[in-house]
Design a binder for this molecule. Sequence first.
Ligand SMILES: Nc1ncnc2c1ncn2[C@@H]1O[C@H](COP(=O)(O)OP(=O)(O)OP(=O)(O)O)[C@@H](O)[C@H]1O
Ligand SMILES: [Mg+2]
Length: 485
Amino acid sequence: MAAAWNPLGPLFRQNVTRRRGLATTSRQACGMYLAVGAPMLGHRGVIVGRERYAGKAFIYDPFLLYSEESRVRLPAPHMLVLGKSGYGKSAMVKTYVLRQLSYRDRSFVVLDAQGEGLAGEWQEIADALDVIPIRLTYGGVHDGGIRINPLDPEIPLAHQQDLLTSMVEIVAGEVLTSDAKFAIEVALNAARRAAADRRRVPVLSDVLAAITDPQPAMLGQRECASSELREWGMPAGFALHALTSGNLAGLFDGETVSGTAGTSIDLTGRLVIFDMARLPREGEALPLFMAVIGAWLRFGWIDPASTTKYTLVIEEAWHILAHRPVARLFNEFMRFGRRLGLSVIAVAHHLSDLRLDEVPEAVSIIKLSATRVVYHIEGDDADTVADYLELPAWAREAIKDPANLAAPGNGIWSFSGLTLLVQHLRTPAETALTNTNKRMSDGPAASPDAPSAAPSAGRPAGPRTGPADEPTGGPAAAATCEGER
Ligand SMILES: Nc1ncnc2c1ncn2[C@@H]1O[C@H](COP(=O)(O)OP(=O)(O)OP(=O)(O)O)[C@@H](O)[C@H]1O
Ligand SMILES: [Mg+2]
C-alpha cells in the first residue's frame, strides 16, 4: 500500500504506511481483498494460517469442502495430525476448534489425554469458554470423575455386545475365540434378564456373575451345558473381574454418572471436553475409555437427523491406532462419518511405533483420514511417515527441517491430491491459550487478562440468529496473527 498523501509536504513527511481498522464480515473481506483465500479451496471457512510458498491465507473446512460448489472435494471428512512433541499439533487443533465454534451449527468433543498436574491441557480453553471438562479418574465418581456404563440403554443393544467384547479383548490382550464370544453373548442376555427383574439397567458385574455361573444355552440346535459355557467364558471372566475390581472398579461397573452430582453425562454443550489427564498414559484405562466414549458419542451425542456438524478431537490417538479392539470400533464409527455429519481429528506422534500390518483397522482409519497434517518428524520416522502417506520428495525433506520449513507451527497439509506447506497463525489471545511451554519458559505465565478468545461454547448453545454457515466473529475474525506483525 502506498503512503498516504500528505498536504504539508516534506515538513511532515509520513514515511510509515497508515492503516485504519475496518469492521467487515469475512465474506465482504474476500471481495475487497482477493488474496484472502487460495482460490482452489474457496473463500468460505475459517483461516488456519498462511501457505508458506504462495503466501496466501490457508482456509480449510472439511464440511465446506464437501459441498457441491467446492472445487476441491474431500473423499472423507477425517484428519490425521502427526508430528514430534512440541511442534504445534495441539495448538493448531485448539485454534481450529476455537475458530470453528464461530459457526453456530458446529459441535465438538475433545478427548484430552495430556496435561500438567491434575488438569488436561485444554483446561485453559475450557476456562476461557466457561466449559466444565468431564474428568476421568481412577476413583471414578468417588474422585469427582465419571462412570460410563457400557451397557447403558443409551447404547443400542446390538452394539453393547461389540463394545463389551472389545473391552474384554483390551484387558485380555488377545482376540477372543468364537466360543468365548458365545459365552459373553449368553452371559449378557442373562445379565439383562436379571437386571430387568430388579428394575434397573444391567451393569458389568451382572455379566461377570452370569459368565461364572452360566445356565445351559442353545447354540442353534445344540444344547451347551453350563460346564462348557463356564470353560468358554473363563478368559472373558478374568477380564470382567479386572474391569469390576482394582483400579478400574469405579470407571465402568455401575450406572452412568457424571461427577459427584450423580447426574448423567451432559453432551449438549457445543464444546465437551473429556479430561483424561489423570489416567496413566500406559495401561488399559485410556483405550477402554476411548472405546466406551466412542460408542457413547455415536449414540448419545450425534443426532443423525439434525443439521449439526460434529467434530471429535482425539489427542493421543495412538490408543485407537495401536489397540486393535479400539481401532475396530473407531473404524466403524468413522466409516459412518459422512452420514452422521462427523469429522474425526486424530493426533499422534508418528507411525513407526504402530504395527500396522497387525492392526488392519488402524490402516483403514489412516486411509479414512483423507486430510493428513504432518509437523516435524525426525530421520527414519519421517521416511516411514512420508512413505506411508505418499508425500512428495519436497514434503519429505520439509518435515525433517525443524529450524525452518518444519519449525513449530509449520506443517505439511496433504489432501485431495494437494500438498501444501502451511504456517499456522495465532492471535495473541490464542497464543496465550495454546502455549504449552509455560512451565519451561523463564517469562511470566500468560496473562490472565488476555482478551477473551472465542465465542461462548458453554451450555446452553447461544441463540441462533444468523445463517448457520456464517462466522459470527471470535479470534478468526479479529485475527492479528503472530508472524504478521
Ligand atoms: N503456530 C505456531 N507458531 C509458533 N509457535 C507455535 C505455534 N503453535 C505452537 N507453537 C509453540 O509450540 C509449543 C508446543 O505446541 P503444542 O503443545 O501444540 O505441541 P504438540 O505438537 O501438540 O506437542 P505434544 O505432542 O507434546 O502434545 C507451544 O507452546 C508454542 O510455543
Ligand atoms: Mg499436543
